[in-house]
Design a binder for this molecule. Structure first.
Ligand code: HEC
Ligand code: HEC
Length: 471
């Protein structure tokens, strides 16, 4: 497996590429041809078909079936590591700039304020990976011998790398020096097998307990966020408090819009990151592919250090904050993101949607619901099995599904993406549709019944719900 820096361009090439996208392509092509030629010479010279591949590319022309399978496995393993444990250098933002680590530690441990106890951490939806806890720690927790009101215990959990999606950076004297976040923060949860909030990791599951706004609001220094949004810290706190559990606003730092026209938060639900294989456009408003969005999030939301290019963000009318700050042209001096994108994508696409557990739905009613879904209710005209999104351009205007265009208009597409539906049962908390406007599946079906004049009886609507729960 090649080290990430193997793929990074020398700084002078990177600088050139920034200003001359065409030359960047030409250089890449030339380099790729050179590598291929070299690989050919080596392969012939040594009469070997062994693939000494990096995670991204092979150095030999011929690859056996086994080579390809091993490559896929390497990608998934490397991607899992990134998804779970990589901060992409974002501790420079969450810790070094917002000083979030000081609020976690508390004044008793060299930080500020009361600190974050394990109880508080669990209450704002953070999860603990039981497999990262040594047996002695597990026993002590089970026996009630661990003080879950003590922020020092939170620091110990961070040291064990057991807090899902949060990484502590410690000084040599053991004090918390900084803190960063990982993809798993929002897109993983645990199975609660040890205790509520403590269990085995469930990667790809939406953490609908996580109160991102409350966590960010703890930061002692929110001034950089307020400055970015041309507002003051109290206003930022009001905005963050309005998000609530399971929601985050990925567009706030682009357009500065914090509330919908009806006065409710503009934040959207954290979606699952499983079941995405074969789906074309990603995010509820179809910003791009999985790898597009991964780069977007790592650079612009997590504030990791990398490269990001999207001239659509130069539109100062739609994206005033992004245009002002050049968010469509990010180039950190050291790129900690780009080399990880291929494997990260492979891992995400390998995450299948979890099957609905036996007994969690009425199988007979679900079978009737399936016939309605595929027939009278015409759901399958958009939600096409097995992805339950359209093969092809899976996007619609709000009017086509009977909703407003506020969120669609915060995306360059001005449209909504047909949601993949597999694994719906696992994210019923927080509601459905991008902003959770429908409290449960019954409300979704009632909405379609009215909007599309489907004429479904109450019993038929129930059958449809059972089918949705079975996916
Ligand atoms: C702070 C919470 C948070 C973090 C951290 C986060 N995401 Fe997300 N993610 C979201 C939200 C919210 C959305 C929905 C955005 C939308 O639909 O407009 C989303 C959407 C996605 C989607 C699109 C899913 C779909 O249905 O098409 C993918 C893929 C994704 N995130 C991957 C990642 C990866 C990879 C990382 C780490 C690099 C990451 N996310 C980090 C909150 C987060
Ligand atoms: C015209 C295309 C279209 C048709 C027809 C359609 N849907 Fe949808 N569906 C969508 C789009 C687009 C979304 C995303 C809406 C959003 O995120 O705001 C969606 C979202 C959903 C969701 C929410 C998923 C989630 O994760 O929140 C469910 C459930 C759903 N549809 C079920 C159905 C059912 C049941 C039918 C048939 C009665 C149906 N759909 C018919 C396009 C369609």
């Amino acid at each position: 497996m090649a080290k990430p820096q193997d793929h990074e361009k020398p700084p002078e090439v990177a600088a050139l590429a920034k200003h001359h996208p065409r030359s960047r392509h030409r250089r890449r092509t030339v380099a790729a041809l050179a590598i291929l030629a070299l690989a050919g010479v080596l392969a012939i010279g040594s009469q070997t078909t062994a693939v000494s591949s990096g995670i991204f590319g092979s150095t030999t022309a011929y690859q056996s079936d086994k080579d390809v399978e091993e490559h896929a496995e390497d990608l998934v393993k490397a991607g899992r590591q990134t998804f779970r444990f990589d901060t992409f250098g974002d501790q420079a933002f969450w810790g070094d700039t917002l000083n979030l680590h000081q609020a976690i530690a508390g004044s008793a441990n060299g930080g500020v304020g009361p600190g974050v106890s394990p109880k508080t951490a669990l209450a704002v939806g953070l999860k603990v990976d039981v497999d990262a806890l040594p047996a002695a720690t597990r026993d002590a927790i089970a026996a009630g011998n661990v003080d879950l009101d003590d922020p020092a215990v939170t620091l110990a959990l961070l040291k064990l790398n057991s807090v899902v999606g949060v990484k502590g950076f410690f000084a040599s004297d053991g004090s918390l020096r900084s803190v960063g976040i990982e993809c798993a923060l929002c897109h993983s949860t645990v199975d609660d097998s040890f205790a509520p909030g403590i269990g085995k990791r469930l990667d790809g599951w939406a953490n609908r307990d996580l109160n991102v706004g409350a966590i960010v609001s703890l930061s002692p220094n929110l001034k950089p966020v307020a400055d970015l949004l041309h507002t003051d810290v109290p206003t930022v706190k009001t905005v963050l408090a309005a998000w609530g559990p399971g929601k985050f606003d990925a567009e706030l730092f682009l357009d500065g819009k914090a509330f919908r026209p009806d006065g409710k938060t503009a934040a959207t639900l954290i979606p699952p990151a499983f079941g995405l294989l074969g789906v074309n456009q990603h995010t509820s408003t179809g910003w791009g592919s999985v790898t597009y969005w991964n780069a977007f999030v790592a650079n612009l939301e997590m504030h990791g250090q990398g490269t990001f290019y999207d001239p659509r963000l130069d539109d100062a009318k739609q994206f005033p904050i992004a245009a002002e700050n050049g968010f469509g042209h990010v180039k950190a001096p050291v790129d900690l993101i780009s080399s990880k994108l291929p494997a990260l994508q492979a891992y995400q696409l390998a995450l299948a949607a979890p099957k609905a557990p036996q007994g969690s739905f009425d199988a007979v009613a679900a079978a009737r619901g399936k016939r309605l879904f595929m027939g009278q209710a015409a759901c399958s005209s958009c939600h096409v099995a097995p992805t339950f999104s359209e093969p092809g351009f899976n996007m619609h205007r709000g009017g086509e599904i009977g909703i407003d265009n506020f969120q669609a208009n915060r995306s360059p597409t001005h449209m909504y993406r047909t949601s993949p539906l597999a694994g719906l049962w696992s994210h019923q908390k927080g509601g459905f549709y991008h902003d959770g406007r429908f409290a449960d599946l019954g409300a979704v079906v009632r909405h379609y019944n009215t909007t599309f004049h489907l004429g479904l009886t109450t019993a038929q609507q129930k059958d449809l719900v059972e089918y949705l729960k079975s996916l």
